[in-house]
Ligand binder design. Structure first.
Ligand code: SF4
Length: 678
């Protein structure tokens, strides 16, 4: 068979894959040498995708109360219960919780149904847990959620600051590209991270900031650049606005940072105008995540290191289609296509959709959404392609909320997940290799995911399930899409509205694609070659320098340690796919608690022994790894293991539910904790 060009199922690098189907459910995987995201390279997760396409554990038929039912019966039940809920309790009693695993076409119809036809802003996505703070920082500084860096810039930069990113493990193909730049042009690499990660081991300089110490560091860097006369006054005058007293308000104290490390970093920054600051979950997953993003952006704006070759602040997304979801409006605080909730934007979107029941404003962000489920304000929730009973902070509370909710609908590919166990109605969805549509990666590049296999059992595409429910609600005319290409055309046409409001998101040239052209679509990037070179997306076309606050450090005598959580190299989220690959499981066979030798000695823990982590939210038992890679007073645990796997090492029960006040993103990286031997 001829290879089929598709896109990786995992991270936001968005690597192109060349897949050769070799049997009914088997496929050979290679990197797509023509795809500009990876030019043929793949990491271990992408390489072993072929081991994860079997049907073990799949949800193949619709179920109500655990019993197999016909699709018509299941769809009638979803639509009927939703209609009754809206009738009795109003549209805001209904919520959709969706996922960066959905394709853009799935996301588009989910957002359209919620905001234009049900009439609720209550649609949010697990991308809230991943990069909502970067989105908020972009919106505050640029007037639009746009990443102003391309992957090519990594080839042409002289200094890369990696902030809160274990790039070598979590975005490996980007890391390979940075390493190549180092080999070819001597690019310097600085890692700013509390942990001495695999990435930090290989950096020219590792700044072991305390948790949430990034704002202090970037504020101090900006003050230092001002003192050294390194600001780009002409760029500031022409392209930026700043509030009164911005410079005077900069706090340049080092807040526990080593002066020699800081001076080394400041020297590198001052001498390398081609500088990229790549930031990821370590920055975003914080109660001060939005300010961290703006502290980074402030430095780039004030030194003119943006909208130029090899320079800029670069938020890299965790999920394969977090960016596509942001584009169509899958976050509760965005309407659609980078538009907000002003009267004119609401009216324009209502006209475009022919929407009978437009929402009146933003809905609940993820953590608040599950609080509203818990206290009964939301009585119907439809969870698509995600596992919040594991992945949300304070997951025990989320589980309780789902147990209380009168109607929980779950669309998923897997039969047994922690969230699926709490569902009243379960709908079998297509997985990677079966779905067809588009995703957008971290550099705004739209690529096709293509089907390799026919749908197993009675599985259906998410977009089709949503449209089938919409039709039963009486909205068949607006949801009569014949396939993902038809949805993509409507989405592309709608981005003309974003353009009308001065946004860069404009795919309208693709609105007339034929089905064949959509099928053959090559990867393309929106936003132009150099976003913001001609001005920003604010009304005055200038960027905003944003004053930022240094987060307060909370100390708790009962829980004296600070728990950080994150990923392993070869696993993905709650392991529903990567857990199927024997080779990927070799890297880390079980979840390890990483602890500094001083803390291990004080708490009586031994290398390889068991320890209980307790936080104000829950507890879990992990095997101990004593390592100098942790700062004393801080511990680390991976996020992947779940109750459904019979595992004790479940970090989701542990994390605090406090969120960033602007973005609503949870502060997963810093939960008070204590340890005891088991
Ligand atoms: Fe897939 Fe990300 Fe690995 Fe690329 S870097 S192969 S997108 S997991």
């Amino acid at each position: 068979m001829e290879p089929i060009r598709t896109t990786c199922a995992y991270c936001g690098v968005g690597c192109g894959i060349s897949a050769t189907v070799t049997g009914e459910r088997s496929v050979d995987i290679a990197g797509d040498v023509s795809h500009p995201a990876n030019y043929g390279k793949l990491c271990s997760k992408g390489t072993h995708l072929g081991e994860t396409v079997g049907l073990d554990g799949r949800l193949l038929y619709p179920e109500i109360a655990g019993q197999r039912v016909a699709w018509d019966h299941a769809l009638d039940a979803v639509a009927g219960r939703m209609r009754d809920c809206i009738h009795e309790h109003g549209p805001d009693s209904v919520a959709l919780y969706v996922s960066g695993q959905l394709l853009t076409e799935d996301y588009y119809v989910a957002n359209k149904l919620a905001k234009g036809f049900i009439g609720t802003g209550n649609i949010d996505t697990n991308s809230r847990l991943c990069m909502a703070s970067a989105v908020a920082a972009h919106n505050r500084a640029f007037g639009e959620d746009v990443v102003p860096v391309n992957y090519d810039d990594l080839d042409e930069t002289d200094l890369v600051l990696l902030v809160g990113s274990n790039t070598a493990w979590c975005h490996p193909v980007i890391w390979q590209r940075i390493e190549q730049a180092r080999a070819e042009r001597g690019t310097k690499i600085v890692v700013i991270d509390p942990r001495r990660t695999e990435t930090a081991e290989q950096a020219d300089l590792h700044i072991a900031v305390p948790p949430d110490g990034d704002v202090a560091l970037f504020n101090a860097l900006l003050a230092e650049m001002m003192q050294r006369g390194e600001l780009d006054e002409a760029y500031i005058a022409d392209h930026c606005v700043k509030p009164e007293g911005f410079w005077e308000g900069l706090d340049n104290t080092l807040h526990g940072l080593s002066a020699s490390d800081f001076n080394a970093l400041a020297g590198l920054v001052a001498s390398h105008p081609r500088m990229i600051t790549l930031f990821s979950q370590g920055a975003n997953q914080s109660v001060g995540g939005t300010d961290k993003g703006n502290a980074i952006i402030n430095l780039h704006l004030a030194t003119g290191r943006i909208a130029r070759t090899g320079a800029g602040p670069f938020s890299i997304t965790g999920q394969p289609n977090a960016m596509g979801g942001r584009e169509v409006g899958g976050l509760a605080n965005m309407l659609a296509c980078h538009l907000g909730f002003s009267d004119s934007e609401l009216a324009d979107v209502a006209t475009f959709w022919g929407a009978p029941n437009m929402c009146s404003g933003p809905g609940h962000k993820a953590v608040d959404m599950f609080r509203a489920v818990h206290d009964g304000r939301i009585k119907f929730i439809w969870v698509m392609a995600t596992n919040p009973a594991v992945s949300m902070p304070d997951a025990g509370f989320v589980r309780e909320a789902l147990e209380r909710c009168p109607t929980v609908v779950v669309s998923d590919v897997m039969a047994d997940t922690d969230t699926g166990r709490l569902a009243d109605i379960r709908l079998p969805a297509l997985g990677w290799g079966e779905k067809d549509g588009t995703v957008t990666n971290s550099e705004r590049r739209v690529s096709r995911q293509r089907a390799l296999f026919s749908p197993p059992g009675e599985t259906r595409a998410d977009w089709r399930i949503i449209c089938d429910v919409a039709t039963r609600l009486g909205y068949g005319d607006a949801f009569g899409f014949t396939g993902p290409s038809a949805i993509f055309r409507e989405y592309a046409a709608m981005t003309a509205l974003a353009s009308k409001y001065g946004k860069l998101l404009d795919l309208s040239e693709h609105q007339t694609l034929s089905d064949n052209e959509y099928e053959a679509m090559e990867p393309f990037r929106w936003g132009g070659e150099r976003p913001f070179a001609e001005g920003f997306s604010t009304s005055h076309r200038k960027a905003q320098l944003v004053p930022v606050a240094i987060p307060k450090i909370c100390t708790d005598l009962e829980f004296p340690l600070r728990l950080n959580t994150g990923r392993y190299r070869d696993q993905w989220h709650t392991m529903t796919r990567t857990g199927l690959s024997p080779k990927l499981s070799l890297h880390r066979r079980e979840p390890l608690l990483e602890v500094h030798p001083d803390d291990a000695a004080r708490d009586g823990l031994e290398q390889g022994g068991l320890a209980e982590i307790a936080t104000p939210f829950g507890s879990g038992i992990f095997r101990v790894e004593v390592t100098e890679g942790q700062r004393a007073g801080e511990i680390f645990a991976p996020i992947h293991w779940t109750d459904a796997m019979g595992s004790l090492g479940r970090a989701g029960r542990l994390a605090k539910d406090a969120t960033d006040p602007v973005s609503g993103q949870p502060g997963f990286k810093d939960t008070p904790a204590r340890l005891a031997p088991v």
